[in-house]
Design a protein around this ligand. Structure first.
Ligand SMILES: [Zn+2]
Length: 202
């Protein structure tokens, strides 16, 4: 059975720009508004077929998918839309935060490569703050307690530790992140492995 109307309209929809590059997520309600205004089209994720609202309404809901029920219609729950005009990739930078450093480094200590549990994860300043190291993407990495203690206030060259990789500003788009669990498996056909692994909160 399909979901109730209320759930359906707040379910997440992936938004692609005109070139089919994923740029954000929105609610089904907003997605359908864009389609009805002719600013976007609906995509059938399994076939990549593009529909306007009218032709979408001729599709029957998938057995495992949700539906929107109106008094006269049962509409298949959209999961992906493509914008008609917008062709840019929003240039917003991923905000620097502790949580985003965790995500960039995949919860791996950037010195020993060990998977670090949240409770013992620390942010290490590659150039120590005591000598002017800043809170930036290029200077902050995830470290386990042991490596962070071993490094202390020393410079990299003095402590005998090596970075797994040079820390940089991540290139994933912050606007594709969603609340935990708020993503559809069908989006996998539209986003890169990296975006899926890093940007989709699920
Ligand atoms: Zn470590």
């Amino acid at each position: 059975m399909g979901q109730s109307l209320g759930w359906g309209l707040t379910a997440p929809t992936l938004v692609l720009n005109k070139s089919w590059v994923p740029i954000s997520t929105t609610t089904v309600r907003h997605a359908l508004n864009l389609v009805i205004k002719d600013s976007a089209r609906l995509i059938q994720p399994d076939t990549y077929q593009v529909h306007d609202f009218e032709s979408w309404c001729t599709l029957s809901p998938l057995p495992e998918g949700g539906a929107i029920r109106t008094p006269n219609l049962i509409i298949r729950l959209p999961e992906v839309i493509v914008l008609m005009a917008y062709n840019k990739i929003p240039g917003n930078k991923v905000p620097f935060s502790r949580r985003n450093v965790h995500r960039r480094d995949g919860n791996l200590c950037q010195y020993c490569g060990r998977h670090v549990h949240h409770s013992e994860m620390t942010i290490d300043h590659v150039v120590p703050r005591s000598v002017g190291g800043k809170n930036t993407w290029e200077n902050c990495v995830i470290a386990c307690r042991r490596c962070n203690n071993a490094k202390g206030d020393k410079a990299l060259s003095e402590c005998g530790l090596r970075l797994l990789r040079r820390p940089t500003q991540p290139d994933w788009s912050p606007c594709i992140t969603t609340r935990k669990g708020q993503r559809c498996q069908s989006w996998r056909g539209f986003v890169s492995e990296k975006q899926w692994a890093m940007g989709f909160g699920g």
